[in-house]
Design a binder for this molecule. Structure first.
Ligand SMILES: C[S@@+](CC[C@H](N)C(=O)[O-])C[C@H]1O[C@@H](n2cnc3c(N)ncnc32)[C@H](O)[C@@H]1O
Length: 295
């Protein structure tokens, strides 16, 4: 896979399979986000492994990976590499796992030992990858960390071959979090009473600013370079955040997932807590000009 990297990326000798861009954009927001993810890298998988994540998202990674049919895939903002791992385990995909956070990449490399995964420390807005060399890009929970996600979308369009696939999972700006807030407060209070001790927060470091996007805004941003195959949302009932250890939580998430997949998504179109997009790179630029701005 090294053959599709630009000379602006250099191999690191301390960690085999790790390459680094010689230059990363140094805007304060990107640096703050990188520091935050370096700090949380060690505990990130514990958090991901809570019932909330494991059950409420059980089907989403397989859903994303299921669209990728082989070749070289870039997993943008790979974090600890859960999607890179699932892609490589299909046996038909080689993966370049990109992230700004070196600690996240170290975790991803540990997780993907023995698999065809190369880690690349780079910014999503300046990928040291040659034009039109990649068959698919997956991007889960990354764009909302960026001040201007359109720079990453332009880069994805540049590195993808015509017809290449772009699969996105992002927090949804249209998700009505307030619907669940009273229920979440009640569940937390009941849980505390039952345990007779306060629940401890797993992560005490506050995340830098995040900017969820709506399905409509993503559609607009993608419109000049991609043809969307599907733009929708997922995870409504399964977004109810129960305290870890709440009685019946596993059962709740299982049922909520089934309901979300079966019917709620159709009834409450676009209001799930995640935006899911599958889009294809066009042969050439389309004439429509994206105008959308964040709300
Ligand atoms: C919420 S985590 C998601 C990790 C993984 N994709 C997943 O779904 O489990 C976001 C990741 O994106 C990375 N990231 C954020 N902004 C980035 C940027 N501009 N360039 C590259 N990586 C970035 C962070 O370092 C972090 O590892």
């Amino acid at each position: 896979m090294e053959h599709i990297l630009k000379p602006t990326a250099a191999a690191q000798t301390d960690l085999p399979r790790l390459w680094e861009a010689r230059r990363l954009p140094e805007d304060p927001a990107a640096l703050a986000d990188e520091r935050y993810h370096d700090i949380v890298a060690e505990t990130y998988d514990d958090w991901e492994g809570t019932p909330w994540m494991a059950h409420a998202e059980a089907w989403i990674v397989p859903w994303m990976v299921g669209h990728v049919r082989g070749g070289i895939a870039v997993d943008l903002g790979t974090g600890t590499g859960r999607i890179a791992q699932a892609l490589a385990e299909t046996g038909s995909v080689e993966v370049i796992a990109v992230d700004r956070s070196r600690r996240m990449l170290q975790a991803a490399l540990t997780k993907t030992k023995g698999l065809p995964v190369l880690a690349l420390r780079a910014d999503a807005a300046e990928l040291p990858i040659l034009d039109a060399t990649v068959d698919a890009v997956t991007c889960s929970g990354v764009l909302h960390h960026m001040e201007d996600p359109r720079r990453a979308i332009n880069e994805v369009a540049r590195v993808l071959r015509p017809g290449g696939l772009f699969v996105i999972r992002e927090p949804n700006a249209d998700y009505p979090a307030e619907w669940f807030a009273p229920l979440e407060r009640m569940a937390k209070t009941a849980h505390r009473r039952r345990l007779a001790s306060p629940t401890t927060e797993k992560c005490e470091v506050s995340a830098p600013s995040e900017h969820p996007v709506s399905p409509a805004l993503l559609r607009d941003w993608l419109s000049t370079m991609f043809v969307p195959e599907s733009i929708g949302s997922a995870k409504l009932l399964a977004s109810l955040s129960l305290p870890v250890g709440t009685r019946g939580e596993h059962l709740y998430y299982r049922l909520a997932n089934l309901a979300d997949r079966a019917c709620v998504l159709r009834l409450l179109r676009g209001r799930g807590s995640l935006v899911l997009v599958v889009a294809r790179r066009t042969e050439r630029m389309l004439t429509h000009r994206a105008t959308g701005r964040r709300a």
